[in-house]
Design a protein around this ligand. Sequence first.
Ligand code: PYL
Length: 273
Amino acid sequence: MTRLNDEMVKGIIGSLDSTNDMLISMTGMDTMGLACEAIGITPEMIDLKGVVVGVVPVTSGLGIIKKFSESVAEIVRKLGMEAFVTESADVTGLAEALAAGAEIIFMADDIKFVAINTTNGKFSHNSFSTAAGYVTALKGAAGGLAGKEVLILGAGRVGSIAAELMNEMGAIITVYDIDEKKMRDLSAKVGVKTSNDVNSALSSHLLVLNASPGAIDGRYVKEGTIFSSPGIPYPFDELGLKKAKMVIHDPLEIGAAVMAVQSASFSRLRRST
Ligand code: PYL
């Protein structure tokens, strides 16, 4: 998984409203609606009022990313929950969040980013949430994926989960990854087609889920392509942006919003009367 850095995170808090507007115009769903759809519920089915969320900075590995925890807290607040960032990091921060009675605790090291529901220990992963969020965004933007050709760039954790989710939706999937073995393994597991030429794959697909860290060469982008693109760093050149019909991208918001709703759903789903 590619790691965020201070530069990629610094603008998130100020751009949450424009991300929400982008999602409404491109997918027909706001951030809350998309997060709910991604886990198969409707906003009416969950009561987020009064949910207290603790975000704990973690210093392991390459250390704390400036504003990462504050950005997660703000994403959660925008969904209608209360959120705080703990004063301390690591285990001391975890103890602080638990002592404060947080119902959900977010923590991320360089490998995993989780949202733990402290009422029952169930937790949400960023890999699943990012895949589910961006697949849902693509489905919304494309008006459904059943029977449609979709190209997935990247057979890593997000790309693989996206392949499984879209396979279940009846999409006709081709996957490309620079790592042949990863591509073959995913093809064997999910039964998707593979491509060994990213540029010819790009030039023959109008629906692309980009979950890779690689750049996208605009010369091969098909006119009118819809990109649902969690991949970081931002991969598009000017020509690609000109030819694309839509580019759905954010560095953290969609994944974190799905995590927040999914982890809350482990304790806050309204009993269907
Ligand atoms: C969650 C992001 C999405 C893509 N890559 C993931 C990443 O960058 N993970 C590392 C997050 C480190 C956070 C750091 C902190 O500030 O607490 N440990």
